[in-house]
Write a protein that binds this ligand. Structure first.
Ligand SMILES: [Zn+2]
Length: 397
């Protein structure tokens, strides 16, 4: 079966919501990662999600090219071709896309703020002091005259929009969507701007039958390009008021998923360091349902799934989580068997003391197969924890 059609993907999410289970969404960076993930989904008869970050796209395009759009297309096309051989449904997704002042949405907003405050926007791209004064969240904590590091760039115009355009181009040519969903993570902006931007992107997604994932609140920890290790802890928990505001902003514009935060962090931490509060999700869902009815309940996304004990995962399933991201644990599961292979076969993978090593041991396939199996095993655990095993809707939707 090729990658899920928009209709099939919607049916997958509906089935998970109704059946209180969720899909594992694995970040991949190579064909080996894709094959490991597909192996697990197929073995467990589970549908699932394969996702690409901008860094993975850049990596996949080659170190001399460094084109995150090109590499994301390459990885997605590999998924389309390889997934066609399996009897489960796979959806393709792009992970965190953080906006910055190079993106047109924020550029235009800054201009309008400068006009309102009667100051000129400097040609060098810097932000006038009066604007920083009016919006302290723009300021860098260490260098108060400058814009915060996390806002300096922007991946919306350079990565996300070109990928949506690529799907639009394919649809016009009678081909399938490239990605079934994208994430816009504008949680580095105040909620009103975050939602303004989310509305803009959702309006681009909907005519192309693409689902948008949005985020409010902050996922702690560290992931490529984001460092939230020093964020105020209260921000790690999305409030019921914010959840209602997200619904009010996006309802009616198209289908979306919502990464509300409940103390989750990226990366893997020693037991006790992370205080997950799944009840936050329940409180938010209750607030939205109370105001707008049962149909308003969110499709929630759980970020930072690595290292989470099964009982905490299970609790979130009852509160509307239908997608859980897993990256750190599968990175480790990929690397661990390779390390094992290298240490065990030290004298075969290295040419020591004038010896010639052993071709069978240093052939990359020897250890990449082990890495794929490592990924498949860890993914199998995630799939079981998320209760999507045996629930593929392949052939039904
Ligand atoms: Zn995340």
């Amino acid at each position: 079966m090729p990658i899920a059609t928009p209709k099939q993907y919607a049916a997958m999410l509906d089935a998970a919501q109704k059946g209180n289970y969720a899909y594992a969404a694995i970040n991949i960076t190579s064909i080996s990662g894709i094959n490991g993930a597909l192996q697990a989904f197929a073995d467990l008869k589970s549908d699932g999600i394969i996702q690409v970050s901008s860094g993975a796209g850049e990596f996949a395009s080659g170190q001399k090219i460094k084109d995150s759009v090109l590499g994301s297309i390459v990885l997605a096309e590999a998924c389309h071709t390889l997934a066609a051989k399996y009897n489960v449904l796979i959806a393709l997704h792009t992970d965190h896309c953080q906006p910055g002042i190079k993106d047109s949405y924020l550029k235009n907003w800054l201009k309008s703020e400068a006009t309102r405050l009667k100051v000129e926007m400097p040609a060098d791209g810097s932000v006038p002091e009066a604007v920083l004064e009016a919006h302290p969240w723009l300021r860098d904590k260490k260098d108060p005259k400058a814009v915060d590091k996390s806002l300096k760039g922007g991946k919306v115009d350079s990565w996300l929009k070109p990928l949506i355009k690529e799907t639009a181009r394919r649809r016009a040519a009678g081909q399938a969507n490239l990605f079934q969903s994208h994430m816009l993570d504008a949680s580095n902006l105040p909620l009103a701007l975050n939602m303004g931007m989310s509305q803009e992107i959702l309006k681009e997604c909907t005519p192309n039958e693409i689902i948008l994932e949005v985020e409010a609140g902050v996922v702690g920890g560290k992931e490529e390009g984001m460092d939230n290790t020093d964020v105020d802890h209260s921000k790690l928990y999305t409030t019921p008021e914010d959840m209602v505001a997200v619904y009010e902003a996006l309802n009616g514009l198209g289908r979306y998923m919502f990464a509300a935060t409940f103390g989750n962090v990226h990366g893997h931490y020693k037991p006790g360091a992370v205080k997950l509060r799944p009840d936050i999700l329940k409180k938010g869902q209750d607030a939205v349902v109370k105001k707008f009815g049962e149909k308003a309940a969110f499709d929630l996304v759980f970020h930072g799934g690595s290292g989470t004990p099964a009982h905490e995962i299970h609790e979130t399933l009852g509160y509307g989580v239908i997608k859980m991201n897993i990256d750190t644990d599968t990175q480790y599961a990929f690397t661990r068997p390779i390390a094992d292979h290298m240490f065990r076969n030290y004298e075969k993978v290295m040419k020591v003391d004038g010896e010639i090593g052993e071709k069978d041991a240093y052939d990359p396939r020897a250890y990449l197969k082990l890495a794929e199996n490592g990924v498949a095993k860890r993914m199998g655990e995630a799939i079981t924890d998320l209760k999507s095993d045996g629930k593929t809707i392949f052939g039904q939707a």
